[in-house]
Design a protein around this ligand. Structure first.
Ligand SMILES: C[S@@+](CC[C@H](N)C(=O)[O-])C[C@H]1O[C@@H](n2cnc3c(N)ncnc32)[C@H](O)[C@@H]1O
Length: 381
């Protein structure tokens, strides 16, 4: 069977995390670029990637890539691709686009050209002159970068951060994919306590619990490609059954989330319940200044306010000082904090052991990592 070229798109800064999980899932021919990881796979791998990729934003089929500096180039290049392999006669297809540093800069014109070229190609395949577009959805993207057009079809539908458990979110919620990556980039594991003292709607504690119990991140949601006839419903069914069987309900990590806002805590509890991990997270209303580190060798993992809103700065500076004091409560703990504030370390009172640039949406942030000591080795059972 011919391998399908796939792209896992990522937030800038998370490419290495996504690459690791792509390799861990056993996909082949893995290549990493800014904002994406490419690999090859089968129809079943489209299912696996959507269900299991925890840090990626979307899974796309890469239909082709070619140089395009004129609308003719774009039309002919698009028309040459095998759209009929995926798009059904009744398929509903929309075209999205973006253009960066390219001669063809009018995105709406590029979208129209691509749509026209795909229609022409499908007319040849299906021998019809009109498409009703009443069937499954196929979202095509034309992405131009330095005059290279990359044409893709989105297999995910809504972005993969939409796990399905967070219908309600508070102000400035963290994407679930980024929260999970923050946990992955820390030295936390299911045998160590975790505290998010500014947990908002609970995203970091919930993602940590899902990781600890090996819950597939996509298990509670649907994907655009579930409606496509090319991927047999049986493949989806088998993959979901396997994902349910892989959950380790016996794992009981010690995870704590607190926030000053009672409404946020109510939402966090509701979200944890929907995600099926409310039994292993303790949420409470508490100012971070009064937080307690329970147990040894734990990790604080948190996404505080960044002080970007007017009038917030002094308060946030004070909050960052108190986070530094919190870590001093127990020298066996480590801390992991994401923020856009450039002088965070001076407020926190310590230089980070490592720093990583990550885009939180459009905000350029640093992920400050204070590792703490390694826990002693547990005796073998
Ligand atoms: C950026 S939001 C965290 C969002 C969260 N990661 C999520 O995904 O929903 C920052 C949170 O800090 C909380 N907060 C601000 N000052 C606080 C303080 N002094 N003590 C505890 N929580 C505080 C806010 O209520 C808000 O929920």
């Amino acid at each position: 069977m011919e391998k399908i070229n796939l792209i896992a798109t990522t937030a800038f800064g998370l490419e290495a995390c996504v690459k690791r999980e792509v390799i861990r899932l056993g996909f082949e021919n893995v290549k990493t670029y800014d904002g994406r990881v490419e690999f090859t796979g089968t129809e079943a791998d489209i299912v696996k990637a959507n269900l299991w990729l925890r840090f990626a934003s979307k899974v796309l089929i890469k239909m082709g890539e070619f140089r395009a500096t004129t609308f003719d180039d774009l039309f002919e290049g698009t028309k040459a691709l095998p759209w009929g392999n995926w798009i059904t006669e009744d398929g509903k297809f929309t075209v999205t686009g973006k253009s960066v540093k390219s001669t063809l800069f009018s995105v709406s014109d590029c979208q129209a050209i691509v749509k026209k070229a795909v229609v022409e190609k499908l007319k040849q395949k299906y021998h019809v002159s009109w498409f009703d577009e009443t069937g499954p959805e196929y979202t095509i993207q034309v992405a131009l970068l330095n005059d290279i057009a990359t044409l893709t079809i989105d297999t995910s539908g809504g972005s993969l951060h939409k796990r399905g458990y967070r219908e309600t979110a508070m102000v400035a919620p963290l994407k679930e994919t980024l929260a999970a990556a923050m946990v992955d980039l820390s030295y936390w594991n299911k045998s160590r306590p975790l505290l998010d003292p500014l947990c908002g709607s609970g995203t970091i504690p919930i993602e940590a619990a899902l990781i600890a119990r090996n819950v597939a991140p996509g298990i509670h949601r649907r994907f655009a490609s579930e409606e496509w006839p090319q991927i047999a419903p049986q493949i989806w069914k088998q993959a979901r059954v396997a994902a349910y069987q892989a959950i380790d309900y016996d794992v009981m990590p010690q995870i704590y989330g607190s926030d000053i806002d009672p409404e946020a805590i109510a939402v966090a509890k509701e979200n944890a319940e929907k995600a099926g991990v409310d039994d292993c997270i303790t949420f409470e209303v508490r100012p971070a200044q009064e937080a307690k580190l329970i147990g040894d060798y734990g990790c604080i993992i948190t996404n505080p306010p960044y002080g970007e809103r007017i009038g917030e700065l002094k308060e946030v500076e004070e909050l960052y000082r108190s986070l530094g004091k919190l870590l001093k409560q127990n020298e066996t703990w480590g801390a992991y904090v994401i923020t856009s504030m450039e002088y965070f370390e001076s407020l926190f009172g310590r230089k980070a052991d490592a720093k990583r640039k990550i885009f939180n949406g459009r905000i350029k942030t640093d992920y400050y990592q204070f590792f703490g000591p390694k826990p002693p080795k547990m005796p073998r059972k």
